[in-house]
Design a binder for this molecule. Structure first.
Ligand code: HEM
Length: 411
């Protein structure tokens, strides 16, 4: 049984006739390889799916905007069960407390601050390319995508690159527990054991780091968290721990996954790749368009309804139910984009919601954008022509965040 099947079985214990349709829809939804036509049919056929009592998934733009913009109706204060023992900050905090955290964190991740990282990102991308360019090919997922964002994360937190494997191991313990123990793919007890065992190690490691930076501050984000102040208030030790725990989950995998989706797209669509090579000025638009199309984070973190409410698409939601929003589907909603199913690098109006929307909009989007733009610029300057390695054309998009496993490229 695959992890997708296990998720599905947990979600839909006994499928009756009506439920069977939902089961089929869910099975299709957990196949992340090319979700766009399913998004279209789900949006056209009502815009929502209720796979089980107490859970509603949203697919049309209007309802998704409604959920994400109304945190008083849809609370984010949910235990995500990711090995954490307290709510993750700021993801699992509701306004108004949430706004205090964002006022403190936003300036540390502002566009200006993140632009200063661009030369460093370029240097790191080139150093990685140096390691395999003469081989005429690479496992892009392992050799490049997995490594680059993580070394940047280490640098942000003031840690040496030698600790990369340790961090990737901790990240995997939360996001890919089956890599620690393959039984975790289908045995919830094993999964929980791996998650919480890893969680303990993450808390211990960050506690040590926070204490170290308290004694000897540097110019890393942990030192900045310790010094940051809003209205005279500072972050507590536990609050910094809860922010760092989220960073490890949100900052390491998302950019890696996005890179694999984008390079898979470009390797399969040489005309788009050539546009980037021939006109590097189109890069910013190209990145936004691929973010819209690939939408690596398939669903929002769950929201819990604080009262009975009917969504714009007619979906009835009872108090206490969970609501999930499909970002990728909102990104191809025809009410927002008349030509939503065309990938156009000359698109100028592009209000995609790949980084979410509303108060919980991604804190790291300015950093992520720079990582993606700089990487694509440097790569296409040095490796303008590449393709899927023969024999590896069937791409695997495992469950979790959308990503391509073992994306083999040749040039
Ligand atoms: C392409 C890469 C990325 C994508 C697609 C992405 C996507 C998202 C999305 C969709 C959300 C909203 C979740 C929700 O409302 O349920 C989010 C939140 C968040 N992201 Fe990102 N993210 C990326 C990179 C990053 C990076 C590099 C960092 C760290 C520096 C980061 C830190 C965060 C944080 C802290 C939040 C929570 C914000 C809040 O609750 O106020 N993300 N991200």
């Amino acid at each position: 049984m695959t992890e997708a099947d296990a998720t599905l079985n947990a979600a839909i214990p006994e499928a009756g006739l009506g439920e069977r349709q939902a089961t089929e829809d869910m099975t299709a939804l957990l196949d992340f390889s090319s979700p766009h036509s399913r998004f279209r049919s789900l949006t056209e056929s009502g815009g929502y799916l209720v796979p089980m009592e107490g859970m509603a998934m949203q697919f049309d733009r209007e309802s998704i905007e409604f959920v994400l913009h109304n945190p008083e109706l849809f609370s984010s204060r949910i235990d995500l069960g990711l090995g954490n023992v307290r709510p993750l900050i700021p993801l699992n905090v509701d306004p108004p407390q949430h706004s205090n955290f964002r006022r403190l964190l936003d300036p540390l991740f502002s566009p200006k601050k993140m632009t200063a990282y661009e030369p460093d990102i370029a240097r790191r991308a080139n150093t990685l390319i140096d390691t395999f360019i003469d081989n005429g090919g690479c496992n892009f997922s392992d050799d490049f995508a997995d490594v680059l964002p993580s070394t940047i994360f280490l640098d942000l937190t003031g840690l040496p690159e030698e600790r990369l494997d340790e961090f990737l191991h901790l990240r995997d313990g939360i996001l890919h527990p089956e890599k620690h123990d393959e039984l975790a793919a289908f045995d919830p007890e094993v999964r929980t054991r791996v998650l919480f065992g890893t969680g303990e190690k993450i808390y211990a490691l960050f506690t040590e780091l926070i204490n170290e930076r308290r004694r000897q501050p540097g110019d890393d984000v942990i030192s900045q968290f310790l010094a940051a102040e809003v209205d005279g208030a500072r972050l507590t030790h536990d609050e910094i721990l809860d922010i760092l725990f989220l960073f490890l989950i949100a900052g390491l995998d998302t950019v890696s996954d996005t890179l694999t989706c984008m390079y898979a797209f470009l390797a399969r669509n040489p005309d788009h790749r050539k546009q980037i090579v021939n006109d590097p000025d189109c890069l910013d638009n190209a990145v936004e368009e691929m973010l819209r199309w690939e939408a690596p984070v398939p669903f929002s973190s769950p929201r819990s309804a604080t009262q009975d409410v009917t969504l714009p698409n007619g979906c009835p939601v009872t108090a206490g139910s969970m609501v999930l929003c499909a970002y990728g589907s909102a990104n191809v909603d025809p009410t927002e984009y008349p030509d939503a199913h065309e990938v156009r690098f000359d698109r100028t109006r592009n209000r995609h919601i790949t980084f979410g929307m509303g108060p919980h909009r991604c804190l790291g989007s300015h950093l992520a954008r720079r990582e993606l733009r700089v990487t694509l610029r440097e790569w296409h300057r040095r490796i303008p022509e590449y393709w899927l390695t023969p024999g590896h054309e069937d791409l695997v998009y495992p469950p979790g965040l959308r990503h391509v496993k073992d994306l083999m490229l040749s040039w």
